[in-house]
Ligand binder design. Structure first.
Ligand SMILES: NC(=O)c1ccc[n+]([C@@H]2O[C@H](COP(=O)([O-])OP(=O)(O)OC[C@H]3O[C@@H](n4cnc5c(N)ncnc54)[C@H](O)[C@@H]3O)[C@@H](O)[C@H]2O)c1
Length: 412
């Protein structure tokens, strides 16, 4: 185990550990099992009521009960998106980032330096000292799970690195709440197996589809109400992200599975389940980029359970623009068009157009909701559970299958 120099003193300060009774399906806390007795590293006895064995000293809270302790958060994978979450967590007093693990430990150090530099630069010169990250860096995942006494873990690794879901399964079995970045895996079998373990373990789970938390999305859903949806158009148009694994089919799953999955998820959130897809894709201009073997353009027709028709079109082929140059969802009803993208929403009605920009970044709202859900052990605060993320994955993988077979694919 490495420690980021100068931050975490050797040995943990004595600390109580947040621990929740497992939820019963239907939301009730299970009756405590026979309590096993244990002893933590500092030799203080602890009692675990129900749930899997944990290494920390535990405080048992019933569902909905508040704790005054900060939620102890770890990270598995400390690249680009992890630093965005870490910066958010510094702004959430109820969260404390206590542990980092990355297959490349230098990335942990780099993430801490980047986030702390940002925090220092954002602090007012005459204001209070900024809150900084002071995590312990682990070079072994298992050791982090055993020793860091985590309440919650962010799994922020590239899609291929989910492998057989072992990282998620071990954390869930240890009773640690999970925030897994999208896409949750590259195989539906793996994702379903992880979903089962999460369900059985009763932990809080979330997936990084942050657009669900946007206030713009709330307004769009309100405006749509129970209107009959006719058409749902999604689009994710831009340039190619530079992360090296992104352009490799076996590592990212391609643009629709890895990136435009945000759009598919929002389409589902606004318009309901998708029951069949028919996808056409091509590689038109990026075929000469080293290692590039994904499609650079695709369009997927969809049928929704409601009977509505949809389409998502994505390209990463555009030169000189950001990967998310233009993206969003438009929902068409007889007398209202709703358009949502990130913090923005537009309502178009006969004779009236309204546009709003909401103040909070959806990813911050998503992190806030996750910490709150862990703290109160209330899954209802989460807008995209792991299981819901699996459903979005199923739609994008079905589109891939359709592109390969040339046939429409029905979803179960
Ligand atoms: N929600 C969003 O808006 C959003 C935005 C960007 C990325 N993402 C998702 O986040 C995930 C990570 O993307 P990124 O851009 O941060 O990638 P990245 O390449 O910048 O970082 C990934 C990190 O994971 C580490 N890693 C790889 N395999 C690992 C393993 N087995 N165990 C531990 N660490 C491992 C790498 O060393 C690297 O530091 C992807 O699934 C991506 O789709 C989500």
């Amino acid at each position: 185990m490495n420690r980021v120099s100068g931050w975490t003193p050797a040995g943990y300060p004595a600390r109580r550990h947040l621990h929740r009774l497992p939820r019963r399906r239907g939301g009730q806390a299970d009756a405590p099992a026979v309590p096993p007795l244990g002893e933590d590293a500092a030799g203080v006895g602890y009692t675990i009521l129900g749930g899997p064995a944990r290494s920390g000293r535990d405080v048992v809270l019933a569902e909905g009960e508040q704790s005054t302790m900060a939620v102890r958060v770890g990270f598995c994978g400390t690249g680009g998106i992890a630093t965005a979450h870490m910066a958010n967590l510094l702004r959430i007093p109820d969260a404390e980032v206590v542990a980092l693990y990355d297959i490349d430990p230098s990335r942990c150090q780099a993430a801490v330096e980047r986030v702390n530099l940002q925090a220092r630069l954002a602090a007012r010169p005459d204001g209070p000292a900024p809150r900084l990250l002071e995590p312990t860096v682990y070079t072994e995942y298992e050791q982090m799970l055993r020793e860091a006494r985590l309440d919650a873990l962010y799994i922020t690794i590239p899609p291929f690195a989910h492998g057989q879901g072992e990282l998620e399964i071990r954390a869930a079995e240890a009773g640690i709440a999970l925030m897994v970045e999208k896409p949750v895996a590259l195989s539906l079998d793996v994702a379903r197996r992880v979903a089962e373990v999460i369900d059985r373990s009763g932990i809080i789970s979330a997936v990084g589809y942050q657009t669900r938390y946007s206030e713009a999305t709330d307004r769009a859903r309100e405006a749509l109400g129970s209107r009959t949806i006719v058409l749902v158009l999604g689009y994710y148009l831009g340039g190619m992200p530079q992360t090296p694994w992104w352009r490799v089919q076996a590592q990212s799953g391609g643009q629709l599975v890895e990136q435009a999955t945000h759009t598919v998820d929002l389409m589902r959130y606004l318009a309901g389940e998708i029951t069949s897809v028919y996808c056409l894709e091509a590689t038109r201009v990026l075929g000469d980029v080293p290692n590039f073997d994904i499609a650079d353009v695709a369009t997927t027709a969809m049928r929704f359970k409601s009977g509505a028709i949809g389409n998502i079109t994505n390209t990463c082929a555009l030169a000189g623009v950001s990967p998310s140059y233009s993206h969003g969802v438009q929902v068409y009803t007889r007398d209202l068009i709703v358009e949502v993208w990130d913090r923005r929403m537009k309502l178009i009605e006969p004779g009236r157009t309204q546009e709003i920009v909401t103040p909070q970044a959806p990813i911050f709202l998503a992190d806030q909701a996750f910490i709150e859900a862990v703290k109160t052990h209330d899954q209802s605060k989460i807008r995209c559970s792991y299981a819901a993320g699996v459903r979005t994955l199923a739609v994008t993988l079905a589109a891939l299958e359709s592109a390969r077979s040339g046939m429409p694919v029905a979803l179960d």
